[in-house]
Write a protein that binds this ligand. Structure first.
Ligand SMILES: Cc1cc2nc3c(=O)[nH]c(=O)nc-3n(C[C@H](O)[C@H](O)[C@H](O)COP(=O)(O)OP(=O)(O)OC[C@H]3O[C@@H](n4cnc5c(N)ncnc54)[C@H](O)[C@@H]3O)c2cc1C
Length: 405
């Protein structure tokens, strides 16, 4: 029956909070709970782990991190409910756990707005357990052809991984481009060519109705009525904050957990960080879940400060993602349109800046992403770049614009 600080979720957000708290207070009782049976891991490193077998990046804090930090670690333990007024969690097996302060860091899970996603034989790549089930069945043989529904970042990354493992992949996407939320048409075209050149069969503008089968998945039914068949089926249809266990509690949730500017989720010392938290977009001010690793860690730092008695304002985050394993670097940051566009294209090298009222509101880079830091800094500071817009795309080392502060 723990009290002290309880951290629900051992992803990048949860373990970062634990580590920061421990650094400040060697004696504080900290309980870390994970629905997963593994040591805390980094999901962005999963594909690499399955490709190379190297686990260092996956277990980014070390497999012994919980012992080293003196945490009470409860792996393979799912939380069912929260009663914030009694400061009490109920675990799946009915055990009750009392906390002094609570961090909600349960991250995100599969969002599947298609029927049959829970049939046997439908896999996903959203957690290490789920990913291991898929890769184990591929390695056991019998998966010659896999059908992935959804070509967002995870769908594309998975298509490349399965291709590397020798599987013929069909990638189905309802929109007219890959990664439509993050990529403009031109950048998406570069990615599409690369993905196709790796042998992946991509079908765009092909909405799926759902997975079909009596007891086990036997195909993906398209809205056209056609059925696409394979030996394995994968839902890569999006991600959603893991907030089901908060239903009926006093923690307010929209898409994710609603937090204040210091990431407090509810009275009674309840905080939230990472993919589960709905924070403000730094550029638009809208409430949004920008579900990426650096945001989870940045939010964890804010929550740790709050727990230590120094509530700190979170600046918000912007949409950002990068694609690995493509053979070409691709980076997408901020908006994918503006009232003006600056563009430079040379082969696969693309630099594209979107401006609004003379200020950068987003950019897309392919092949050479070395200017990302400078563009992002200009964007976040709201610098009016009208006076030297013709030099912004000049990327020669030492070019004059690099010196602009
Ligand atoms: C395949 C893949 C590739 C990615 N690539 C990138 C990338 O290249 N760059 C990038 O920035 N981001 C990437 N991301 C996103 C990044 O992984 C997340 O933003 C990050 O993991 C969020 O951390 P988190 O701690 O908030 O949540 P999560 O990592 O989702 O961790 C949530 C934790 O909560 C636990 N949990 C959930 N529900 C319960 C419950 N009811 N009870 C108990 N425990 C629970 C889980 O077991 C887990 O320990 C990728 C994600 C995936 C899946």
């Amino acid at each position: 029956m723990a009290s002290g600080i309880v951290i629900a979720g051992a992803g990048p957000a949860g373990i970062t909070v634990a580590e920061l708290l421990r650094r400040r207070d060697p004696a504080q009782a900290i309980t870390l709970i994970s629905a997963e049976p593994f040591a805390p891991y980094s999901p962005p490193a999963m594909a690499d782990y399955f490709m190379t077998g190297r686990s260092q990046a996956l277990y980014w804090k070390g497999t012994d991190v919980c012992e080293r930090l003196g945490l009470e670690y409860l792996p393979d333990t799912r939380i069912r409910a929260l009663n914030a007024s009694d400061r009490e969690l109920t675990l799946e097996d009915g055990t009750r756990l009392v906390y002094g302060q609570l961090v909600i860091a349960t991250g995100s899970g599969l969002y599947a707005p298609v029927s049959g996603y829970d049939l046997d034989g439908v896999y996903n790549f959203k957690s290490l357990s789920a990913a291991a089930r898929l890769v184990d069945s591929v390695r056991a043989g019998g998966v010659e052809r896999a059908v992935i529904v959804g070509a967002g970042f995870i769908g594309v990354e998975l298509a490349l991984l399965l291709g590397n493992l020798g599987v013929n992949v069909v990638l189905l996407e309802r929109e007219d481009r890959l990664m439509h939320r993050m990529l403009d048409a031109e950048t998406a075209e570069i990615v599409l060519e690369r993905v196709r050149s790796r042998g992946v069969e991509v079908q765009l503008e092909t909405p799926a109705r759902g997975f079909i089968g009596a007891n086990r998945a036997e195909g993906v039914e398209l809205e056209s009525g056609q059925v696409v068949r394979g030996d394995a089926y994968i839902a890569a249809t999006g991600v959603k904050p893991n907030v089901d266990w908060l239903q009926g509690s006093s923690v307010a949730c929209n898409w994710g957990v609603v937090v204040d500017d210091c990431l407090r989720a509810a009275a009674g010392d309840v905080w939230a960080a990472g993919d589960v938290a709905e924070t403000r977009d730094r550029l638009t001010g809208e409430r949004y879940v920008h579900a990426i690793f650096p945001n989870a860690v940045a939010q964890a730092r804010i929550v740790a400060s709050g727990l230590l008695g120094y509530p700190t304002r979170y600046d918000g985050a912007e949409a950002m993602n990068s694609l690995k394993h493509l053979g070409v670097d691709v980076m997408a940051v901020g908006a994918s349109a503006g009232d003006e566009e600056l563009r430079l294209r040379h082969g696969d090298t693309l630099r594209k800046l979107f401006l609004r009222d003379g200020r950068i509101v987003g950019f897309r880079l392919a092949a050479d992403v070395s200017a990302a830091g400078v563009y992002r800094s200009l964007m976040l500071r709201g610098v009016d770049v009208r006076g030297w817009r013709h030099r912004l795309l000049d990327v020669r080392p030492g070019a004059a614009w690099l010196g602009v502060q």
